[in-house]
Design a binder for this molecule. Structure first.
Ligand code: NAD
Length: 295
């Protein structure tokens, strides 16, 4: 029997922890928000009232938190309360430097650790079909693989500490930019008298095909899994997409990489967030593009 401490039971952590319970693991879950704890409890998670309690006696600890600040903050309690040999898995999307800092702190305290951010959204979290991008030693990767398997379609080793986050950041650069391109195409098409369905029927089987189109289409009622069908409730919030694009923009600046489209995508998500859209799914960027088009 494997005992897993799970910290952060939000849009992603909630269904991920539920899948670990389904796989027969004992999950000790903690979140700051009571509503998240209630939902997790209904899915069989043993909910607890602190990070230290979640970690006590656990064989592995998974963190699924908003960002690096929260992860490093929780690590104070995790490193103090975990038993020797506990494997620390951070699946949050965080800055590469924060991920490497978390690895260092875990190593200094004598723990094995991996960064293992995910792709696949809330639909993937619910279905247990996430892609995990793992940074860390090959040994720790192999140790984590069977634990991640109930939540995953694929678990891929991307290299040393922090490289999972590098991979995730690059993937979301593609996603953020492609959602804007798909949205612009629909708005341009509709303004020129093209039905969204006609564009979808062609682009979804042509060279315009991508996840932003065929899994989370920004126009409602074309794709069953899209958050557009649920009034753009996330899903993957636009504020989180902005966070990821900012991580990419800052990494690009530090490494002297020219990511012109990435910078522009960051500006457009910033504008949408400033206008109050941050809490909606990132597919709702289509509304901003419509609103900023000439009447
Ligand atoms: P979320 O805001 O729904 O969940 C985060 C949870 O962490 C919240 O319930 C919050 O209360 C909890 N939390 C914050 N600080 C805490 C603390 N100190 N102790 C305990 N709990 C704490 O966010 P999410 O959508 O589940 O995303 C989580 C992470 O996964 C983020 O880093 C995000 O970028 C990444 N991610 C999200 C998606 C997605 O589609 N939502 C996809 C891939 C990756």
């Amino acid at each position: 029997m494997v005992v897993i401490g799970f910290i952060g039971l939000g849009h992603m952590g909630g269904p991920m922890s539920a899948n670990l319970v389904k796989a027969g693991h004992v999950v000790q879950g903690f979140d700051l928000v009571p509503a998240a704890l209630e939902v997790a409890e209904r899915h069989g998670v043993n909910v607890v009232t602190s990070v230290a309690e979640a970690v006590t006696g656990a064989d592995a600890v998974i963190t699924m938190l908003p960002g690096g600040e929260q992860v490093l903050g929780c690590y104070d309690d995790v490193l103090a309360a975990a038993k020797p040999g506990t494997l620390l898995i951070d699946s949050s999307t965080v800055d590469v430097a924060d991920a490497r800092r978390a690895h260092e702190r875990a190593a200094e305290a004598g723990f094995d650790a991996i960064d293992a951010p995910v792709s696949g959204g809330t639909a993937g979290a619910e279905a247990g079909t996430l892609t995990f991008m793992v940074g860390g030693s090959a040994e720790n990767f192999h140790r984590a693989e069977p634990l991640l398997e109930p939540m995953a379609r694929k678990v891929i080793h991307c290299g040393g500490p922090g490289n999972g986050q590098v991979t995730k950041m690059c993937n979301n650069l593609i996603l953020g930019a492609s959602m804007i391109a798909v949205s612009e195409a629909f708005v341009l098409g509709e303004r020129l008298g093209l039905s969204p369905k006609a564009l979808y029927d062609v682009a979804s089987i042509s060279t315009g095909q991508c996840w932003a189109l065929t899994t989370n289409c920004p126009v409602p009622d074309l794709v069953e899994t899209s958050r557009a069908n649920h009034d753009y409730q996330p899903g993957f919030a636009a504020s989180l997409m902005l966070k990821d694009l900012k991580l990419a923009a800052s990494a690009a600046e530090q490494s002297g990489t020219d990511i012109a489209i990435g910078r522009l995508a960051t500006e457009l998500y910033q504008r949408f967030t400033d206008e109050g859209g941050g809490g909606y799914d990132f597919a709702a960027i289509i509304k901003s593009i419509r609103e900023h088009s000439e009447q």
